[in-house]
Design a protein around this ligand. Sequence first.
Ligand SMILES: [Zn+2]
Ligand SMILES: [Zn+2]
Length: 347
Amino acid sequence: MINTSWVLSGTEEFRLESAAMDPVPKGWVRIRTAYCGICGSDLHSYRGRHPMVRPPIVLGHEFSGVVVEIGEGCSPALVGQKVVASPSIPCGQCYQCTHDQEHICENLMVIGNIGVPGALAEYMDVPFNRVLEIPDSLSLSSAALVEPTAVAVHALRKVRVDGGVVVIGAGPIGLLTSLVAKAQGIHPVSIVDVRLDRLNVARQMGFNHVYDSRESGVIEEIRRVYPDGPGAVFDCVAISDTLNMALRVARKGSSIILEGVPEGPLTLDAVYIQDRELRIIGTLMYQIPDFQEAVRLIHDKAIPVNELITRHVPFQDVPQTFQQLSVGKSQDVKVLVAILPESGGAR
Ligand SMILES: [Zn+2]
Ligand SMILES: [Zn+2]
């Protein structure tokens, strides 16, 4: 079987590669990739600024597809199934893996990031135990949003929210965190960003408390929405400005969940943490139950993921699409690469 993939070969450099595939390894399955989302972290990798990702690598960790082949020890019933998969591959041996925290495994490999080729390819191999079947009635396009939705589900599991949340950042992760919070009955949800196009998307999705953080008095304005202050603040941007804003807007004694990936060291007004007894909690990816919950939320239409998908681009347009998204001029929310779209043979 010949596989064609886009290999990130250097900084801002892709090459199309076609090569014969090895047999499917024992305990792994082969997926014909349907859709692959392009994520902010992929753009970091593209620009050579990702702390872990080193070319050459096939990117793509937000994907859906159909199982076409199985390795030894996998259920034959999977062949022909529409699936998604958790891209994190834990070692199963370390302290975290043996204490129900395999998502922060000491030896973590991540499909499309670290150690395993990703979804910007016609075919990809995935460990059987990371695969989740999706209902036939769920479209493969919507299913490509399961991965980022699982990030939001996991972040919200970090705290028991009492009295609404503030979400800083209205990119895909910020919007999904807001949508999952709303689906869980958390109210009010305030959303902060500096990009007016993103704030408009938030408004169109029915969020009324939407703020441009560059405006003066915005912290006081947000705090007025919550009689006792917000129950938690989610920083989905993770730069010094946003984390300091989180420290100022948070209710005393509450938690700030650091959901964005800081690109380098941040400068903090740490006295707020001490004086207000704040907690800053990190969150990384997800565990399998978060993935299952994300499938359920999307399938039940509890969160309208299709409203986040602003574009499908063909497989051959991967390099120019990365280029375009990387310069930051596009108003896209989530772009999906259509590798084998539904009409192309997936059942
Ligand atoms: Zn991602
Ligand atoms: Zn481990």
